[in-house]
Design a protein. Sequence first.
Length: 236
Amino acid sequence: MARGENIVRYTQASPTRAASAVYVTLAAQVLSLAALVIFEHTRGHRLAAQLAEFGGRPHGADAEAVVGAVTVFALLMMLVAGTSIAAGAAYVTWLVRARQANDRSAPTGPVAAAWLIPGMNLFAPVMLVDEVWRGARPPAGQRGRWLSLLAAWWLSWLTMLALITVRLPLGASAGDLTGVGVLELGCAAVAAVLCACTVRELTRLQRAARSPLATIRTFSHESHPAPGSTPLGRTS
């Protein structure tokens, strides 16, 4: 690879904007979930009891008594679903750009497959993120800290997934609207914060690797061989 091509490669912009989108959508997801939990605790149980009393299809005066609460609940559910989809899309976009910041030829297919294929999505995404971290040329001595952060994020994500698929149906059948409570909200908040920390760490590494100072050091290293070495094309 020519020297100029090396400089272009090392000065590619890190996916900072994509990372900012992840932060914003994760925050929106947690806030919308918090609003749903508040509604569930203040009005949800009573609304569920009223709907059960009316047979799920209130009419006339009964409908007027619950129409406002049902409308708010529907809006909150759409908000949670919308912010969750937005957070997922923002994260996948960031991960694709982060991989391509390390290697411009990196395909997007593995990212989609890692998140969408059942079974594989329990371990493949975290492996892809670790691959990006290793490709960002991190300083020595940070591997243990990174693996601890990565493991904490992934365990919190799997815990939240288990709560959604196992605990929520049980809570909803017990007389609540959704079964979402403080435990689910806390787990989602922890997972969001740790996810944002992994994104921030990778983005910081890639930005540092492509800073002007890093570029100058790379150029100087290629232009001036270490003492005792022999430049290409010459013999001693």
